[in-house]
Design a protein around this ligand. Structure first.
Ligand SMILES: [Zn+2]
Length: 303
């Protein structure tokens, strides 16, 4: 407690999206995990907010530099063992051939522990200090992922995935079980009492969830004020199928909107939009969803 570390060395910092600032030598004082003082010239005498004599000074080695942590706002942790596989299939086939068979294995908590520990360690090693994780439909192993992130000090938003239709019989939930497990998951993650780790309501996508489930999830997200993450318009096959599954809705966005899943807590939403046959991946951080033209040609405004 009250330990102060001073890191001394070069730093790279981006003050705006267009501007990168490099400091040849800075001194950054950190107390209880928080930056408490900075000397931009690297001179310890200019650290006035702390008692330098009681601090531990860490000088960076040649070639090392400090930079802000990376944020990965869409990460399917269970798919880690499949990295690099499956580029030969479109989305819906890829899910059945590669993704779900692997995700089914996370009913085994020992397997989950092994993979998730590797995921958290690997992402941290690469400088990812914040990650928004998808787990699987398994409550227990998804909670293990949150626990591991908490233990290793990574900022994480973690979701237990929901799927009650159009999957393998062995990898599907009933609506009731899906909602009950999600409620339990949210409560357990909140009970970790770690401000760095939060739960997210995580319907895989509209293909995998009927409207009752989506609506129930919208209610849970509202009740517990959680983040929400999902997918939308990733491929033409998915869009056509969604249109067939939900003919009573105006468009894909409308399904989520009517489910109560488009709220101002959707600030960790990752959307792949199909705009005039051009797939554009837009990553939205800390802003509401922008005006966009969805695949049905409707201009949508959501927030
Ligand atoms: Zn995804």
């Amino acid at each position: 407690m009250d330990e102060i570390n001073i890191f001394v060395g070069p730093a790279v910092h981006s003050e705006t999206p267009e501007k990168i600032t490099c400091f040849p030598k800075v001194a950054i004082a950190v107390k209880d995990g928080k930056i408490v003082d900075i000397a931009k010239d690297g001179d310890l005498k200019n650290l006035n907010q702390i008692n330098v004599s009681k601090a531990k000074v860490i000088n960076l080695d040649k070639g090392q530099f400090l930079c802000p942590g990376f944020l990965d706002i869409h990460l399917h942790a269970p798919q880690y063992p499949n990295i690099g596989l499956g580029y030969d299939k479109p989305l819906l086939e890829w899910l059945r051939l590669y993704t779900w068979p692997l995700e089914m294995r996370y009913g085994d908590v020992d397997f989950a522990k092994q993979v998730y520990e590797n995921v958290v360690k690997s992402t941290l090693r690469c400088g990812t200090t914040t990650a928004c994780y998808y787990g699987t439909i398994h409550e227990e192993s998804s909670f293990i992922l949150a626990e591991i992130a908490s233990r290793f000090g990574q900022r994480a938003i973690v979701g237990k995935v929901n799927m009650n239709q159009n999957s393998f019989p062995e990898y599907i939930e009933t609506t009731e079980a899906s909602l009950a497990d999600t409620k339990q998951f949210i409560e357990k993650v909140k009970a970790l009492n770690n401000p760095l780790v939060e739960p997210a309501v995580t319907p895989r996508f509209a293909v995998s969830c009927n409207f009752d489930l989506l609506k129930g999830l919208g209610e849970l997200a509202k009740k517990y004020n959680t983040y929400i993450q999902t997918h939308i318009c990733e491929s033409k096959g998915e869009i056509t199928y969604t249109e067939e599954l939900f003919p009573e809705f105006k468009n894909y966005t409308d399904i989520y909107h009517k489910s109560g899943l488009l709220t101002n807590k959707v600030n960790k939403f990752v959307i792949t939009l199909l705009i005039e046959l051009l797939v554009v991946i837009i990553v939205i951080v800390k802003i509401y969803i922008l005006i966009f033209k969805d695949h049905f040609g409707t201009w949508c405004l959501s927030k």
